[in-house]
Design a protein around this ligand. Structure first.
Ligand code: SF4
Length: 365
């Protein structure tokens, strides 16, 4: 494990945070604010790397997966979303179960371990479609790990089928669901949510759905969309609510900050994010969320070079190969829509860490 010598800290706020971390004491929301606004990223990085190493040793994770975006038709049409369409639009689509099966079979021939599924809220699709989707995927290969649907989708499925979340998760697990990807969290605060995703379920409901999944025995990720109109205070609030929720159910495996891509969205203004901002956010998350084991820095959102650098600032998972990703590319991400396993391993090894291929369950890690 790396060590932290408190005498080397020039920044008193970071020295105090390092002292708490060494004692195993949770840091406060004021500490989170100090980390999110510091220019001393190397001192902050030392603390984040210490926590990262204490939890994950020399390991850094990546996955070999495919993305399945089953429909882009969505009732909500959130301003932040470049991907959704209205049902009658010329480029609206909904995959049939046969098409889904064919895509998954093709990806299985490339050697994927995991299918990551998210889509829009399409009123033409019934619960049977989703259950059958999971069953067919598991029939292709029982070993495929299925990480499916956001809290927004689960809330919609439960309301439309008039069943409880508990019943819904039981049915999904029986059909083959393995975990939840954690999308749709955005920023919990209503002032931001009201602008970027006014019709989406509230932050409180998002947490309620995820905690119901945890109680059903499912593990989930938790995302946070940043780099749009949020302030540091909104980020601290988001992290604090996640940490509290985790202290109750313990089901969050990974926290996944997602830098916003504005192209083709209805968000008019965006603060230009910087490299320091990215570093501060991931490192702060690593230190503050002491009870969530993994911090994901998705190379597809960040660019592979920044994702690699963040491996020294708290990140222990750079994401997966993502065959067929559509959502972030609709919003202008310039990265290729899949990365090879060899390349992901090289990024990790080149940062001095040990690459470990995993899925959303992180095995025993
Ligand atoms: S972000 Fe999700 S819920 Fe909102 S419009 Fe896009 S697909 Fe629909």
């Amino acid at each position: 494990m790396n060590s932290m010598d408190l005498n080397t800290y020039k920044n008193p706020a970071l020295r105090a945070i390092a002292a708490k971390v060494l004692e195993g004491e949770p840091v406060s929301t004021d500490d989170a604010m100090a980390m999110l606004t510091t220019a001393d990223i190397l001192e902050l990085g030392t603390i984040a790397d210490y926590v990262r190493t204490r939890i994950n040793g020399p390991r850094a994770y990546y996955g070999v997966n495919m993305n399945l975006n089953y429909t882009n038709v969505c009732e909500l049409r959130c301003p932040l979303c470049a991907y959704s369409r209205d049902a009658g639009d010329s480029d609206a689509y909904t995959l049939t179960l046969d098409q889904i099966e064919e895509k998954v079979r093709r990806a299985v021939s490339f050697g994927i371990d995991e299918v990551h599924i998210v889509g829009g809220l399409n009123p033409d699709l019934t619960l049977d479609y989703f259950l059958e989707m999971l069953r067919r995927i598991k029939r292709i290969s029982g070993d495929l790990f299925v990480v499916a649907f956001t809290a927004t989708e689960y809330d919609y499925f439960a309301r439309r089928s008039n069943i409880t979340l508990d019943e819904l998760f039981r049915m999904m697990i029986d059909a083959g669901l393995g975990a939840l990807p954690g999308g749709g969290a955005e920023i919990f605060s209503p002032d931001v949510r009201g602008v970027i995703a006014p019709k989406k379920i509230s932050g409180a409901r998002w947490l309620e759905v995820m905690q119901a999944a945890h109680r059903a025995g499912l593990k989930t990720n938790a995302t946070m969309l940043f780099n749009h109109i949020e302030s540091a205070g909104h980020i601290v609030d988001h992290l604090a609510r996640l940490r509290d929720a985790q202290s109750q159910t313990g089901g969050f495996k990974a926290f996944v900050p997602l830098p916003f891509h504005r192209e083709n969205t209805a968000i008019a203004e965006q603060r230009a994010g910087t490299g320091f901002d990215d570093i501060r956010i991931y490192a702060t998350a690593r230190v503050f969320l002491h009870n969530i084991p993994h911090i994901k820095g998705l190379w597809m959102y960040l660019g592979e070079k920044m994702a690699q650098v963040l491996l020294k600032f708290g990140v222990d998972d750079i994401g997966a190969t993502y065959h067929y990703e559509k959502v972030v590319h609709a919003a202008g991400a310039q990265t290729p829509d899949f990365g090879s396993e060899t390349h992901l391993r090289r990024l990790i090894e080149n940062a001095g860490l040990m690459p470990v291929r995993t899925n959303a369950s992180y095995g025993m890690a």
